[in-house]
Design a protein around this ligand. Structure first.
Ligand code: SF4
Length: 324
């Protein structure tokens, strides 16, 4: 791996949220949303982050953009530690990064026209105002497949897919290098999902974007990503190139996730793996291997010793005693 290719590097990231209780609202416990994970993102790639709801995916996305402050760990963007940046450099980082949210309905202010919503980051970062801002907003609308004549419409006048295009235009306004896309098609009709995903790929090619692509949907991840990280209860359990992960999953949790993806061929049958039990609470996660209460391969070692993420093949990492 060439170090110059790395855009973002995360080491030992932790994010715990306090749980308040009692009449004095004291901290009585912590939700271990993200618990000591490390990874990197290469310049120009799409890195997928997949796992069930509540596993900590969104928290990772918000931490790497410093939208929330990590409890511990180091996040380096182009070799610079984000937690140690000066105000001026932090403002610059904000212009090079953006986030696309899951719900295009709640992420747009219903009282703002498209011109105001897409133009806001241009004005906040001092990129353009007045007529220049309007011209840039129209250009952005064309880039995401909308008409420049829609610039004075309000969000309620658009369909879900069009609203997500407006959100993408807003994210692109500052000409970012790195975008965190958090379930960008999960709230959309199946019929418009492909259009948004293909638009994101096309924009990546044109503007050399790097994506951290968060989703619970493995078929979307397979379509979009170069590499994939699988997350379970705040921990990374498997990291690999996308093709390798889908054809050769190692971790029992990844196996179960992949077995649940429908195959678009009625003549092909795959045995679906149904995991016993439900995801334990992240307030008090199981000790050592967090997947052990649901794993059919679990042994005594799994609840006594935490498995580390080890490279089992070139670029394929897994955290499981079954393979090491
Ligand atoms: Fe299962 Fe043990 Fe591997 Fe955890 S470490 S996934 S319990 S075999």
């Amino acid at each position: 791996m060439n170090l110059q290719d790395i855009l973002l590097e995360v080491k030992g990231l932790k994010k715990y949220f306090p749980v308040k209780g009692g009449i004095f609202q004291r901290t009585v416990a912590h939700v271990h949303a993200v618990d000591d994970i490390s990874f990197y993102i290469r310049d120009g790639e799409t890195l997928g982050l997949v796992g069930e709801s509540g596993c900590g995916k969104t928290t990772v996305g918000r931490c790497v953009l410093l939208l929330i402050k990590p409890t511990a760990g180091e996040i380096k963007y182009l070799g610079q530690d984000l937690c140690k940046l000066s105000e001026r450099k932090l403002r610059r980082f904000r212009t090079e990064t953006a986030m696309i949210f899951q719900d295009p309905y709640s992420s747009l202010n219903p009282r703002m026209t498209v011109a105001d919503a897409v133009g806001e980051p241009l004005e906040v970062h001092g990129i353009a105002k007045g007529l220049e801002k309007e011209r840039k907003v129209k250009e952005l609308l064309v880039e995401v497949g909308l008409s420049p004549y829609q610039v004075y419409k309000y969000p309620h006048e658009f369909s879900g897919g069009e609203r997500q295009r407006i959100c993408i235009a807003r994210a692109l306004a500052v000409r970012p290098k790195f975008i965190v896309a958090d379930e960008p098609v999960a709230a959309l009709d199946v019929s418009v999902r492909a259009g948004i995903l293909n638009l994101m790929k096309e924009l990546q090619r044109r503007f050399k974007l790097t994506y951290l692509f968060i989703s619970h949907d493995l078929s979307v991840i397979r379509h979009m990503c170069d590499r994939v990280m699988v997350m379970y209860l705040g921990k990374l359990v498997e990291v690999s190139e996308a093709n390798e992960l889908f054809s050769n999953p190692y971790h029992p949790y990844t196996e179960a996730l992949i077995s649940s993806v429908p195959i678009p061929d009625p003549t092909v049958h795959r045995k679906r793996i149904i995991l016993p039990g439900s995801v334990p609470t992240p307030i008090n996660p199981p000790p050592n291997c967090r997947f052990s209460p649901r794993c059919v391969y679990a042994t005594e070692k799994c609840s006594k010793m935490e498995p580390s993420l080890i490279e089992v093949k070139n670029g394929h990492f897994v955290a499981c005693h079954h393979y090491i």
